[in-house]
Write a protein that binds this ligand. Structure first.
Ligand code: SF4
Length: 499
């Protein structure tokens, strides 16, 4: 038998780890008791798959249940889990502490003294449920729904609680997200109508990370594995981090911009791609809402012209830089003034006709490309260097590297700069723009909307979102999208494929 055959685990992990018991033997697995050493005492286990929830990565674990005592003896990685593939961070096996910790709260407690006195009394579940349910009911019946709030650290489910609360007409679903990932989510949401990216680091050519992904970033264990897989296959790693994190130590390019200035660097990279025609033209033409943009731009232009005339006619002074049509209107609307008004109306009609003719000519993709060049032209490497404190030459080198990625640019930004600075959401937005420019979206080695990579059953009945408190979140789906998704899946009411 070759070494590979001895050690290869055939499950989703596809890795060589002899330590994993093959799943055919999970019902009855025998190991030597390490504590009995040097005696050779055998212990028999049943291995039960479970999930670590010491962070949201939700890695797979195997609970080793001693067949003699029926107690969990230890936790190890589950090689059948497609996310963690048998690998865990130190917190995974340490889950055992939560099973046996003497300070665990095993039953409901009710405050028995004043707040802060530390006095509690044990109560039964029925009492607790009746107490809380009757308070919630009273608030609903008395239409005090905004006095009900449900706070959860990490839901660990996909929308069930939200449905319950919506059915009650309550919008008080709270979590840490407001001060965590909401900024990043907004940036992604604006691009693709879904608020989470799912990067394919393992198959990427260039990996661009803004956060610490190898030890403390989001989904760090599953991501860390894929980042290292990608690197092992030759991917270049770029890391923006304010500190020399574990991720940064593995980077080909590590830069530490002034916190909050990351978007300036990303826009400079975008500008480099745009000015040098290094973006994926066909992807942009097909998937960006450039027609919508041009339409709105010309509407804004028309409106501005109207405003300028109105201001001129009403006798107000033009602002600096504005070009007004001069008239000889006087404040007293005499017959000369009336004639001028008529002439103005005709002039407007004629101009409108010319404008719409021009507009028709300008609604081309080439016009959009020209517009992109104008819009982003000021985001030079020098500008980004001034904003971020990073050398312009280094930013240029990074931009050139990003340009080589093609559709294999995997990028990720979560929390970090998006939560700690004003307008942090624009960092995630500018980052995903690079993917959208290169067409590295839903491609091997690119970034997927995360909902495409996981199954979430859609409930039959979904109550409408309550119209209170969260009017901004309730209306978020009406935000105009700059981008709709590939593969014919239009996620918003906006444009679909432009094949
Ligand atoms: S990364 Fe660590 S803490 Fe998070 S789920 Fe996986 S094993 Fe648990």
């Amino acid at each position: 038998m070759s070494r590979n055959e001895e050690t290869f685990y055939p499950g989703p992990s596809r890795i060589h780890l002899a330590a994993f018991p093959p799943k055919e033997r999970w019902d009855d697995w025998t190991e030597l008791d390490s504590q009995a050493w040097p005696r050779r005492k055998e212990r028999r286990y049943q291995l039960v798959p479970t999930t670590c929830f010491n962070c949201e990565s939700a890695c797979g674990l195997l609970a080793y249940i001693d067949k003699e005592t029926n107690q969990i003896q230890k936790f190890e990685g589950n090689p059948e889990n497609p996310g963690s593939r048998g690998r865990n961070c130190a917190k995974g096996p340490a889950t055992l502490n939560q099973i046996t910790d003497p300070d665990r709260i095993l039953y409901p407690l009710k405050r028995a003294g004043k707040r802060g006195e530390g006095k509690w009394e044990r109560v039964g579940w029925d009492e607790v449920l009746d107490d809380i349910a009757s308070r919630i009911r009273k608030a609903i019946v008395e239409d005090r729904r905004d006095e009900i709030m449900y706070h959860v650290g990490r839901p660990g489910e996909d929308g069930f609680t939200e449905r319950i609360l919506a059915a009650w007409g309550v919008d008080g679903h709270n979590s840490h997200t407001n001060i965590c990932s909401s900024g990043a989510r907004e940036g992604y949401q604006l691009w693709m109508g879904l608020d989470r990216p799912s990067p394919d680091h393992a198959n990427a050519k260039v990996i661009l990370l803004i956060s610490a992904h190898l030890e403390s970033g989001h989904y760090f264990n599953p991501h860390a594995q894929r980042v290292m897989d990608g690197k092992a296959s030759g991917a270049k790693l770029i890391v923006f981090d304010t500190r020399l994190s574990n991720t940064a130590t593995h980077a080909d390019y590590f830069i530490a911009p002034y916190p909050g200035s990351e978007a300036a660097i990303l826009l400079a990279i975008a500008n480099y791609l745009i000015q040098n025609g290094l973006y994926n033209r066909e992807f942009v033409r097909r998937w960006w809402n450039w027609e919508e943009y041009l339409e709105q731009r010309s509407e804004v232009g028309d409106q501005r012209s109207e405003d300028k005339r109105d201001v001129s006619v009403s006798g107000q002074e033009p602002r600096s830089g504005e070009i007004f049509i001069e008239t000889e209107l006087t404040n007293e609307r005499d017959s000369k003034g009336l004639a001028e008004s008529i002439n103005m109306s005709r002039l407007r009609r004629e101009e409108n006709a010319t404008t719409s003719q021009n507009n028709e000519q300008q609604q081309t993709f080439e016009a959009f490309e020209r517009s992109l060049k104008e819009l982003y032209g000021s985001y030079t490497f020098e500008f980004a260097a001034k904003e971020s404190g990073v050398d312009a030459k280094t930013i240029e080198e990074i931009a050139k590297l990003v340009a080589t990625a093609g559709t294999k640019l995997s990028s990720h930004n979560w929390r970090s700069v998006t939560s700690g600075v004003s307008h942090g959401w624009s960092v995630a937005r500018a980052l995903f723009m690079l993917n959208a420019l290169l067409g590295a979206v839903a491609t091997e080695g690119g970034v997927f909307p995360n909902a495409w990579n996981k199954f979430v059953p859609k409930p039959i009945h979904t109550p409408p979102h309550p119209k209170m408190w969260g009017e901004k979140t309730a209306n978020s789906t009406s935000i105009s999208r700059a981008f709709t998704t590939p593969c014919g899946r239009t996620l918003t009411a906006s444009h679909g494929s432009k094949r």
